[in-house]
Design a protein around this ligand. Structure first.
Ligand code: FNR
Length: 381
């Protein structure tokens, strides 16, 4: 299949991935209402068309935490990328670096920090979950610092995992013979994916560095699910500050009061996010939540946003709603699963092209020109 639009990657990924992995990526929680609203609400944002403004010279560059980004886009932290493509985190990070944007390594990556960070020539971002085991957290932060990671993305919307029924049906979160066979194949010593760094056997990267190789994906997910910590509060973030002196971004803010608390705490940024509709179903889409948050804190803190962005036009829409930079989740995973590093790079090229078209036709010459002034109307839902 010839991929010519960013939306082509999803059906291609569905054809190539084992069903339990496709649905793990594609699915959300409960009835997936928030997941659908993320995409639908964003697609309904209408922009003002402006003409005859000599738009021959566009500049998509943006600055964030002393880094220059070729466009206001970064790759979101996503677990288990190394299951979607061989050494998946390395492939995605290379594509992002080549396109001049940050890659965020998830706490639950397959490839370890020490493998991904040296594979690229720009500083990586690192995402941390709050886990009951504070020793694990501290160790992960120290490793991220030692590997030169520039920005910490601290995800706070997972004090308990959301109920994802597609995973229950597919076997991702229960016994499943197909999944066991797949797991055995990717962890088998003879198989290409099994060759980790320096010929060490395939491991589970960040997690296994602490607890040793688990016997299977279900063990891994079970261990993780039992380690999320519902007791988390702003006090825990003070503790993190002792181990991290770089920029710190709080991911999973969906309410203006929490955004104000993040400013009071002294965070450098927030990610307005509902975790791609994977946590509490029924919370508002990011497109709906973002304007009130931007009204409350724009200019006081960097506003990043994700959930539902599928193309370059969506990036422009999210920025018009109040974001400074956006994160891509599923959009890049579908490309990674189908075409690896080249796919992620091609997707980012498409996103840039789509942004250029949207900017040209709305009269926005720079990212700073993309403001709420471009919006035709707020969402009605
Ligand atoms: C995620 N997300 C996520 N977030 C995080 O902070 N740490 C993680 O390990 C993961 N893992 C993860 C796995 C998969 C398969 C998905 C789809 C998502 C959430 C992610 O960072 C981001 O918030 C959403 O993906 C954004 O929504 P869209 O763009 O996928 O709709």
């Amino acid at each position: 299949m010839i991929i010519s639009a960013s939306s082509d990657y999803r059906p291609a990924a569905q054809r190539i991935l084992p069903p339990f992995l496709f649905h793990y990526i594609d699915g959300g929680s409960y009835t997936e209402t928030t997941l659908r609203h993320n995409v639908d609400d964003l697609s309904q944002i209408a922009l003002r068309q402006r003409v005859l403004k000599n738009m021959s010279d566009l500049n998509l560059e943006t600055k964030l935490f002393n880094e220059t980004l070729s466009m206001p886009v970064a790759l979101a932290p996503v677990g288990l990328c190394g299951m979607y493509a061989r050494r998946g985190e390395v492939q995605a990070a290379r594509a992002a670096a080549r396109k001049g944007i940050p890659f965020t390594l998830s706490t639950v990556s397959v490839c370890p920090i020490e493998e991904v960070a040296p594979a690229i020539d720009r500083p990586m971002w690192f995402q941390l979950y709050v886990l009951r085991d504070r020793g694990f957290m501290r160790n992960a932060l120290e490793r991220a610092k030692a590997a030169g990671c520039s920005t910490l993305v601290f995800t706070v919307d997972m004090p308990t995992p959301g109920a994802r029924y597609r995973d229950a049906h597919s076997g991702m979160s229960g016994p499943n013979a197909a999944m066991r066979r797949y797991w055995q194949s990717v962890t088998h010593p003879q198989w290409a994916w099994d060759v980790g760094i320096n010929g060490r056997p395939h491991d589970l990267g960040n997690i296994s560095a602490y607890r040793g190789s688990p016997t299977g994906l279900q063990d891994y997910i079970g261990w993780l699910a039992n380690n999320f910590d519902p007791s988390i509060s702003w006090k825990d973030l003070e503790w993190i500050r002792e181990f991290w002196d770089g920029p710190m971004v709080i991911k999973g803010i969906l309410d203006a009061d929490d955004a104000r608390d993040a400013v009071r705490f002294g965070a450098d940024g927030i990610v307005v996010s509902n975790h791609g509709g994977r946590q509490l179903d029924g919370v508002p889409s990011t497109a709906r939540a973002l304007p009130a948050i931007a009204d409350a804190v724009k200019g006081d803190i960097a506003i990043l946003a994700d959930s539902g962005i599928r193309n370059g036009l969506d990036v422009v829409r999210m920025i018009a709603l109040g974001a400074d930079t956006v994160l891509l989740g599923r959009a890049y995973l579908y490309a990674l699963a189908t075409h690896g590093e080249r796919g992620v790079e091609a997707l980012l090229t498409l996103i840039e092209k789509e942004m250029r078209v949207a900017m040209t036709l709305t009269g926005a010459r720079t990212i700073a020109d993309i403001t709420s002034d471009l919006l035709v109307r707020e969402l009605g839902r």
